[in-house]
Ligand binder design. Structure first.
Ligand code: NAD
Length: 360
């Protein structure tokens, strides 16, 4: 079948990679727009594979491929534990989001998404925006988080993280309020800044850090936050450390600096290695598994797909996002009872969900 846009589709060069553990991996190249992308469909047991599109200055195609695989796998677990009838996938575009973006590039990416016929649903992620997804939308309906739908997922991600922090503080410190607690927030971008506002409104003191000085100053002005350098944030005098920048925030070096008894933030892949999670557990530091606490954005954008045709229902989404606190509470309790790190409890629960296909 030739399809209704044969000229553009034929310009994209597709290469399918067979990688064990993944349903499909597609390498896409479009010389006309400069698109170089990888789309990874990890698992569609529970529904179409959903996951944002990251644009990053990857050093090599292999790095991009590895990142797409790691992120897609995480999305499968995130959707499963959030109780969504969705699978996990992810796309990465190789390029500098400050220099290499163009409407043509995102339209070409949209055609690549369309090529998968709805097996994969894209959305925004680090380096891409609602405006970029609006371009993608011109080529495919398999995109969430567009301006006339749920829009920017970051505020809902931040709200979910706030619920998660409350659950963790209750569990670790026996406190029902954040009043008087100090939270160290690493990264003041889309999610981190919203989170600071919610924490400030909840009575928490803030210590903040960002590699961008203007973002730090904005948080200082808005919330009276105390700024520290990027190397000092993990060791800040705070009860909670909230990583909201890039992955790998918890590693051997940062663990040695930690003063916080709770780690609960938005970043994906916070633990550099599984050993870091076991060490936190051994040392009595309560870690909120990243893909559980940061699912608010996915719950929000999922409405564009699952509630197709209906207007975005903010009240319903807000109620769903609040369940993140209860979910973490249950995970922390099992962790304490069985003496297993919370992320191992979460992984086991996600695998259980995947073993039973969702009933339509
Ligand atoms: P963003 O790009 O808007 O913000 C990231 C911020 O971190 C930027 O301000 C950047 O300058 C800062 N940063 C980078 N390195 C740093 C360092 N070493 N120290 C301090 N600051 C540093 O991204 P975002 O959308 O806010 O997402 C933040 C994290 O949360 C990412 O890991 C993302 O994958 C994850 N996440 C985001 C969402 C969402 O809805 N946006 C959902 C789930 C997970």
């Amino acid at each position: 079948m030739s399809g209704h846009r044969p000229k553009e589709v034929n310009l994209i060069n597709y290469q399918t990679l067979v990688i064990p553990g993944f349903e499909k991996i597609l390498r896409c190249r479009d010389p006309a727009s400069g698109l170089r992308a990888v789309i990874a469909v990890h698992d569609t047991t529970l529904g179409p594979a959903m996951g944002g599109c990251r644009m990053w200055r990857y050093a090599s195609e292999d790095d991009a491929l590895a990142d797409a695989q790691r992120l897609a796998r995480g999305m499968t677990f995130k959707a499963a534990l959030a109780g969504l009838p969705l699978g996990g996938g992810k796309a990465v575009i190789i390029g500098d989001p400050r220099r290499d973006k163009s409407p043509e590039l995102f339209r070409a990416f949209g055609r690549a998404v369309e090529h998968l016929h709805g097996t994969y649903v894209t959305g925004e992620d680090v380096g891409t925006s609602v405006e970029d997804m609006d371009e993608v939308r011109r080529e495919t309906r398999h995109v969430a988080g567009v301006a006339d739908g749920s829009g920017d997922p970051s505020p809902m991600t931040a709200l979910g993280v706030l619920h998660g922090i409350r659950a963790a503080v209750r569990h670790r410190y026996g406190a029902d309020s954040l009043d008087g607690f100090t939270v160290a927030v690493q990264g003041l971008g889309h999610v981190g800044f919203h989170l600071c506002r919610l924490l400030h409104d909840a009575g928490a003191q803030l210590i903040v850090s960002d590699v961008a000085a203007d973002r730090m100053q904005r948080a200082v002005r808005a919330f009276g936050a105390v700024p520290v350098g990027p190397e000092a944030i993990a060791g800040a005098e705070a009860e909670v450390f909230a990583p909201c920048a890039l992955g790998g925030a918890i590693n051997g070096a940062t663990r040695r600096q930690l003063k916080a008894g709770v780690i609960a933030g938005a970043a994906n892949n916070q633990l550099e290695t599984p050993g870091d999670g076991m060490a936190l557990h051994r040392d009595g530091v309560l870690y909120a598994p990243d893909y559980v606490i940061n699912a608010g954005g996915l719950i929000s954008v999922a409405q564009d797909i699952l509630g197709r045709g209906e207007a975005y229902n903010r009240v319903a989404v807000t109620a769903e996002v609040a369940k993140i606190g209860d979910r973490l509470d249950a995970i922390f309790k099992v962790s304490a009872r069985t003496n297993r790190p919370p992320e191992q409890v979460a992984d086991a629960k996600a695998r259980e969900c995947l073993a039973v296909p969702a009933v339509a």
